[in-house]
Write a protein that binds this ligand. Sequence first.
Ligand SMILES: [Zn+2]
Length: 206
Amino acid sequence: MTTTSAEEMRKALLAGAFQMPSVQTMVSRKSSVTNAFVNAVIPVVPPTLEEIEEALGILKIDPDDVRCVYCGDKASEWDHLRPLVLNRRPTGYISEIGNLVPACGKCNQSKGNKPWRTWMLSKAKLSPAGRGIANLESRVAKIEAFENWRPSSKIDFVAILGQAEWDQYWKLCEDVIAEMAEAQQVADKLKDRIVAAVKGKKASGA
Ligand SMILES: [Zn+2]
């Protein structure tokens, strides 16, 4: 009995020690392609130093020690407060200081495209509430003050470009995704043959 459980523990330990890198296929790049198409057309507005100072002031962040607005960990990036992409289409929000806040990698990954307040207070994996982060209310209040400072401008793409040209651009995106899916099918077939050849070699001891 004891040997069995020791053996099971050893197996569990070994299985937990290894992690296969996630396999990126062309199909799993679908959202990356969409993101690229969105990012390729939306404006990026660099802030002035005065705007950075003002933003940090509202968020009560020391420029010497920039912290994640959501959880207080060391920030590693400035994250879009309101998502640029939703349901594979641009939301109209852009990269401008009023829509950017310092965040840590954990929060950024966990938040994804979810609305910030709902996500912060949800029990989503690695969300601030889920991680039991202290002072959530005052963190939310700071971000609300920030939102009121610069209510983000939402772009009306169709009004600027016209429906036809805008639709054509997204057709281009769909075409790229469709071609990648086709390429994936070719890759799958080649991979099957490659795997079979490698296995055959191993079996024959070559
Ligand atoms: Zn964080």
